[in-house]
Design a protein around this ligand. Structure first.
Ligand SMILES: Cc1cc2nc3c(=O)[nH]c(=O)nc-3n(C[C@H](O)[C@H](O)[C@H](O)COP(=O)(O)OP(=O)(O)OC[C@H]3O[C@@H](n4cnc5c(N)ncnc54)[C@H](O)[C@@H]3O)c2cc1C
Ligand SMILES: *[C@@H]1O[C@H](CO)[C@@H](O)[C@H](O)[C@H]1NC(C)=O
Ligand SMILES: *[C@@H]1O[C@H](CO)[C@@H](O)[C@H](O)[C@H]1NC(C)=O
Ligand SMILES: *[C@@H]1O[C@H](CO)[C@@H](O)[C@H](O)[C@H]1NC(C)=O
Ligand SMILES: *[C@@H]1O[C@H](CO)[C@@H](O)[C@H](O)[C@H]1NC(C)=O
Length: 497
């Protein structure tokens, strides 16, 4: 380029002088990530009298995986959507406190299809749930008798459930994968049971069921309201649009470097990054995290639950049913679990836009995320036309969330895999020098859920406040994890004779 006009030169000059200076912020505590656990950590710091903190968030708003988007004339939830477990579940209590609009939902209100149309799979569906309850009982029984964990697949098999037909596979997917976002084969039976306790009605003694959020202010509204109780408008402690690149830590403090070169010096840091972000090295550590920590982090699973949003001008699906399961004859989990957002009590039918969407998980989610939208539309329409007729038009709207490839998340929520021990999880969560760890995955009992993020974030906030005020409460970790010496397998081994 030979000539730059004066106008261009002055614009460039302005742009340069307007670029923000690389700042150096100081605070007692740096909360890394402004999702539900970060907000809860900050709330508890404030409650303990620590107001000198910053929240460092890459996006331009708080909420993290509580994230609603505009779709087909509505706000729909790209991330979390259910209050899972009512009663004393703190998420339920906040939903009530802030008047969040929800609908009581019932996943048993479901009909079944295959590629030729509707099928009657009621008996198979009931058989699955009987086996699933039995698998939970196996978890309790094995735990009481000091036996090691087994996979959900093994526990289902012991309970008389081994899916052999595609309809059985489809029902199992809806009953298990649609919740845990991974297969029974890789999932821990013991922790699936512990975790299921958090939403299956036993969270608090008076709790029962799930509520689906349809509030047009978004699910995140209740968390932003909580944050507004301690943040002022334009609070300088909220550092939005700030992507953490490196965390340098020692016994005396933490220096955080952001993508734009700015730094934050803090006495303590609280990482709330998702397990996926931690596993994917999207944030680097100086020095490298110790082996005992990595062993815990790397063994856990970050699962992906992909809600493929679709809308049509005219509804053609089962309007009085909340859910539809599609049993694909060849591929397990192929466009399996459908949700009718125009069911009774949900969004009213609209003359121009109605929402019927489908969830994919694990391998199917990774596969679909990697495809172009136009190809996804073609694939999903082939399924829809096999279920409801070849004249169904293309959707008027489609939105594909891509959580798995998003460097701020790398998945949707965690799942406890078979093979991850209690000690591994303790290591995953344990602080490393001046850095503490929270977030959904760090909650032993409620991993994967909002209550996990909220409760654990709050606990870590309280503990870090104690660090600032006096000294840190001691936290357990296992420098090495060995076979428990009280149960050497060879002592109790039976001989074949
Ligand atoms: C599709 C989906 C469906 C779900 N459904 C439900 C449900 O129905 N019910 C339920 O209870 N739970 C559900 N969950 C889980 C629930 O949303 C999470 O457990 C919870 O929101 C996690 O909160 P968190 O604070 O631990 O993590 P996050 O929300 O991930 O918070 C971490 C924050 O860190 C930020 N961040 C990441 N990297 C950087 C970086 N390098 N620099 C700065 N900031 C960074 C992120 O932007 C994010 O805001 C769902 C999640 C998803 C995605
Ligand atoms: C963050 O970036 C968005 C655009 O990406 C901008 O609209 C917003 O004002 C920024 N917010 C802050 C606090 O810098
Ligand atoms: C119906 O959908 C249209 C288009 O998406 C939207 O503009 C309108 O607000 C919706 N109406 C209602 C009542 O939801
Ligand atoms: C499905 O089949 C079961 C028996 O196998 C029967 O009791 C039930 O009424 C049938 N449902 C429908 C909708 O036909
Ligand atoms: C059984 O469950 C308790 C409580 O959840 C736990 O502390 C214990 O480690 C479990 N025992 C085994 C053998 O898994």
């Amino acid at each position: 380029m030979k000539f730059l006009s004066l106008a261009v030169i002055s614009t460039l000059a302005l742009a340069v002088s307007a670029a923000p200076a690389k700042t150096n912020t100081k605070a007692k505590v740096a909360i890394l990530g402004g999702g539900v656990s970060g907000i809860s950590a900050a709330k508890n710091l404030v409650a303990a009298g620590i107001t000198d903190f910053v929240i460092v968030e890459a996006r331009d708003e708080l909420g993290g995986r509580a994230h609603d988007i505009a779709f087909a004339g509505k706000r729909v939830e790209k991330g979390c959507n259910w209050v899972q477990g009512l009663g004393t579940n703190p998420i339920n209590e906040m939903a009530i406190k802030w008047g969040l609009k929800t609908v009581s939902d019932n996943s048993d209100n479901v009909v079944f299809y295959d590629n030729k149309g509707p099928i009657n799979a009621t008996d198979t569906y009931n058989a699955f749930w009987d086996a699933y309850d039995a698998a939970n009982n196996i978890a309790i029984k094995r735990n009481k008798t000091d036996q090691v964990d087994i996979s959900v697949r093994a526990a289902l098999d012991l309970s008389g459930w081994m899916p052999q037909t595609y309809v059985e596979q489809a029902i199992e997917f809806y009953g298990f994968d649609w919740e845990f976002a991974e297969t029974p084969d890789v999932s821990s039976n013991f922790y699936a049971y512990v975790n299921a306790d958090s939403y299956d009605g036993n969270f608090g003694s008076d709790s029962d069921g799930n509520n689906f959020v349809i509030d047009q202010r978004g699910f995140k509204y209740i968390f932003l309201q909580e944050a507004n109780q301690f943040l002022k408008p334009n609070d300088p402690r909220l550092l939005l649009n700030t992507t953490v690149k490196n965390i340098k830590y020692s016994d005396s403090g933490v220096v955080i470097t952001a993508k734009d070169g700015s730094t934050i010096q803090a006495e303590y840091a609280i990482s709330t990054f998702s397990l996926g972000v931690l596993q994917h090295n999207d944030v680097t550590w100086t020095p490298k995290l110790p082996e005992w920590k990595l062993v815990g982090l790397d063994g856990f699973h970050m699962a992906t639950y992909l809600k493929l949003f679709l809308a049509w001008e005219k509804p053609f699906w089962d309007l009085n049913t909340e859910y539809v399961v599609y049993a694909d004859p060849t591929t397990r989990g192929y466009y399996n679990s459908w949700q009718n957002l125009n069911g009774p009590g949900f969004f009213p039918q609209n003359t121009t836009s109605n929402i019927f969407f489908v969830t994919l998980t694990q391998d199917q989610a990774y596969r679909v995320e990697a495809m172009a939208d136009a190809d996804i539309k073609e694939e999903v329409m082939e399924v829809i036309r096999s279920m409801y007729g070849k004249d169904i038009p293309d959707p008027s709207d489609m939105y594909v969330p891509r959580w798995h490839s998003d460097p701020l998340y790398r998945g949707t929520y965690s799942n406890w895999p078979i093979g991850e021990l209690e000690q591994h999880h303790i290591n995953m969560k344990a602080p490393v020098q001046r850095v503490w760890f929270t977030g959904e995955a760090m909650s032993r009992d409620y991993f994967g859920f909002l209550q996990g993020a909220w409760i654990d974030g709050g606990e870590v906030g309280t503990k870090v406040a104690q660090c600032v005020k006096s000294s840190c409460p001691k936290q357990p970790y296992y420098p090495t994890i060995k076979l428990a010496n009280e149960t050497p397998s060879f002592v109790k081994r039976q001989e074949w004779l």
